[in-house]
Ligand binder design. Sequence first.
Ligand SMILES: Nc1ncnc2c1ncn2[C@@H]1O[C@H](COP(=O)(O)OP(=O)(O)OP(=O)(O)O)[C@@H](O)[C@H]1O
Ligand SMILES: [Mg+2]
Length: 349
Amino acid sequence: MAPDTVIGMTRIDNNPNGGSIAVSVRGLVKHYGETKALDGVDLDVREGTVMGVLGPNGAGKTTLVRILSTLLVPDAGQATVAGYDVVRQPRQLRRVIGLTGQYASVDEKLPGWENLYMIGRLLDLPRKDARARADELLERFSLTDAAKRPASTYSGGMRRRLDLAASMIGHPAVLFLDEPTTGLDPRTRNEVWDEVKRMVGEGVTVLLTTQYMEEAEQLASELTVVDRGQVIANGAIEELKAKVGGRALRVRPADPMQLRPLAAALDELGITGLATTTVDAARGDVLVPILSDEQLTAVVNAVTARGITLSSITTELPSLDEVFLSLTGHRASAPQDATPADTREEVAV
Ligand SMILES: Nc1ncnc2c1ncn2[C@@H]1O[C@H](COP(=O)(O)OP(=O)(O)OP(=O)(O)O)[C@@H](O)[C@H]1O
Ligand SMILES: [Mg+2]
C-alpha cells in the first residue's frame, strides 16, 4: 500500500457502531440550474464494505460519484473520503481513490497497455513501476493477449475490464464504480462482478451505483436507494429485501397434475408470513416468496419429502420498479430496463 494510502486510512473517523467509516456524506446538495440533482443526501460507507447506490435514470447517482471523486464541487453539505474533505483536500483525496466512470474513460486510440502505463505515469509512478503495474493488471483482468491492440477494438466487456484495471493502478483504498455493468450482456456482467468481488476481497472499500437490484444484491452488503436527488431508503440488503417482500421462487413440477399438491405442500411451510403462495396455472408453476437461501433449501426439502419431482426452480428478485413502488408508493420516475428476465437465475434441481 502506498504511504499516502496509509496516511489516508489512519484519518478515517471512528464509527461508534464498530468499523471505520471510509465515506461519509452529510446533507449533500447540488443544482444544475433549475434541476436539483442532489437534495440533501446522507450516507456512510464502512471501511472494507460495498455500498450499493440504487436508483433510476436521473436519480443523482453520477452527480454523487463525481462529487465524492472531486470532479464536481457541491453547493452545500459535507463529504469525506478516507478522512479527506472533498472540497478542502481534493489532492490528498485523489491519491487514495479509484474511479470507474459510467462511460469508458480509456483513450480509444491507445493500446490497452499504453493506457495503463500512461495512467501509472500520471500517478507519478517511476517508469519501471508503471510498466510492471500495467503488465500485472492486464494479466489480472485477462487482457494480456489484447495488450497491444487499440482499446477501440475491444468488446464492451474488455473495455469495462480495462476501465477497472485503470482505476486500480494507484492501489486505491476506496473505489467508486458508476454503473459498472449497464449495457453489458449477462455473461460479461458476471465477469465484471467477479473482478469487483476480488477487489473487495483484497480490502478495498467500494461505493457502486446501479440500476439493477440483482447487481446490488450480488455485490453490496448495504444499499442506499435514491430517487430525484433524495435517499428514500437505506440499510442492509436483507432488511430492504424484507421490506419489499424479498425474492420469490418459481417452482415448476415435472408433472402438471402435481401443481395443486405442490402448492399445498408449500403453503403448509408458511415460511415467510409476508405473502402467500400463488399458483400460476397458465405458466404451470407456483410462486413462493422467500427471504433467505435457507428458505430455498426448506422449499426443496419439503417438495422432496412429498415425492414431487420438479423440472425447475427459478429465483426472481423484485425489479427496481417494484422496489420503488414498495418503498415510495409511486413508480420510479423513469422505469428502466431491469426487467425480470435480467433478474432470473436457474437453480439446478
Ligand atoms: N451537466 C449537467 N447539466 C445539467 N443537468 C444535469 C447535468 N448532469 C446531470 N444533470 C441532471 O441532474 C439530474 C441527476 O443526474 P445524474 O446524472 O446524477 O443522474 P444518474 O442517477 O446518474 O442517472 P443515470 O442513471 O441516467 O446515469 C438529472 O436530472 C440530470 O438531467
Ligand atoms: Mg449516471
